[in-house]
Design a binder for this molecule. Structure first.
Ligand code: AN7
Length: 364
């Protein structure tokens, strides 16, 4: 290859979800300014270890590869593009952290003031760092995510601000449904089963919408069963009631009153699926398994679909030879503190190579 060949422009480079799936987003028109970080097109990788464990064909949709490190970017490109089109001067969201980081990034890109409402002291360090660095204003409330969402809704009702939570902003769901499109586009059809974590329930609602749209259009011959999983200490959809003080190591899904409850229950029931709970221990074990055996580093909430599948498999409820996709929703760098076990310490030695070799048991 000579130098002139090396600088040929790549004309078909990925340019983000609106560019790729505009036809499926009727609210996006030629007048909509596209605010994008080239989100989407995330890796769908074969999980060889999980496939071996379960006797199934398991795939991981690695959403931590999005520009701000979580699936939230899928919906945010559409919501912020539409907000800019409407002339909004301020974005607001309530968040457990990932929506904050995403809103802050797209707000920065659009040059729009962004304010995030978060539960005090409950947002993982990486997410807070992103949000601050992107230049958003962070308001910490003494309360839960559910309190933050209530305040965000009331602010938006009384002031000229764009609320970009998926619970109140259908453009977020239009963007988030694209994860189903990408999966079908790669696999050639819908899988038998799709597992994912459920917090405020926007993602499961959008996933089902995406599979449904593709089946209706003949792009897929069927829709998968949807298995959603919640953390046991924050499982309102499993318990069938609001949880006042949700508790789990998976801070992203520490949500007691899911705004998109109806969408989640429809996805469960129309697909013949289920929504169940997993313990914090099962979540952290799934995080370790993903990192050590699949090479995929995720934050605790992102491993909940894996924890759920393994629990169901252990209970004998996963039929063999299924094709299964699991959404792993966010990057492990988001919450580094959750990933280093208590009491962990690395080996320490002098700078003598012989000492290093001895510490590694290469010599005695
Ligand atoms: C990594 O950022 O709600 O069921 O405010 O960050 O659509 O809420 C995050 C949710 C799963 C749950 N995995 O998705 C927020 C927020 C990760 C997340 C979920 C979240 P939803």
């Amino acid at each position: 290859m000579n130098a002139s060949e090396a600088v040929q422009p790549v004309v078909h480079a990925w340019q983000g979800l609106i560019n790729a799936y505009r036809a499926w987003m009727p609210a996006v028109t030629s007048r909509t300014p596209v605010v994008t970080l080239h989100e989407g097109n995330t890796p769908l990788i074969r999980a060889t270890h999980l496939s071996g464990l379960t006797g199934c064909e398991v795939w991981l949709k690695v959403e931590g590869a999005n520009p701000t490190g979580s699936f939230k970017d899928r919906g945010m490109t559409v919501a912020v593009s539409k907000a800019v089109e409407a002339g909004t001067e301020m974005l607001v969201c309530a968040s457990t952290g990932n929506t904050s980081a995403s809103a802050a990034a797209f707000g920065a890109r659009a040059g729009v003031r962004t304010v995030v409402l978060v539960p005090k002291g409950a947002v993982a360090l990486g997410k807070l760092a992103q949000t601050v660095q992107y230049g958003a204003e962070v308001v910490e409330l003494t309360g839960t995510f559910d309190d933050c969402l209530r305040v965000a809704r009331e602010l938006a009702a009384e002031h000229p601000v764009a609320l970009v939570n998926s619970a109140t902003n259908d453009h977020r769901l239009a963007g988030q449904q694209t994860v189903a499109f990408e999966i079908v586009d790669v696999l050639g059809d819908a899988p038998d089963l799709h597992c994912l974590p459920v917090g405020n329930a926007g993602n499961i609602t959008a996933l089902w919408r995406g599979y449904t749209a593709y089946e209706k259009a003949g792009r897929a011959s069927r829709r998968p069963r949807i298995w959603g999983f919640q953390a046991a200490g924050a499982a309102p959809l499993v318990l069938g009631r609001t949880v006042e003080a949700p508790q789990t190591v998976a801070s992203a899904i520490r949500i007691g009153n899911p705004a998109s409850r109806d969408g989640a229950l429809a996805a469960r029931d129309e697909s013949g699926g289920q929504i169940s709970a997993v313990s914090d221990e099962q979540i952290l074990a799934a995080c370790r398994l993903l990192a050590r055996h699949e090479g995929v580093f995720v934050e605790p909430a992102s491993a909940v679909g894996v924890a759920g599948l393994l629990a169901e498999h252990a209970a004998g409820r996963v039929p063999a030879a299924q094709r299964i996709v699991i959404t792993v929703t966010g990057n492990g760098l988001k919450d580094p503190q959750a990933s280093i076990p208590e009491g962990y310490h690395s080996l320490e030695t002098s700078t003598a190579t012989s000492d290093v070799a001895r510490a590694l048991h290469l010599t005695s």
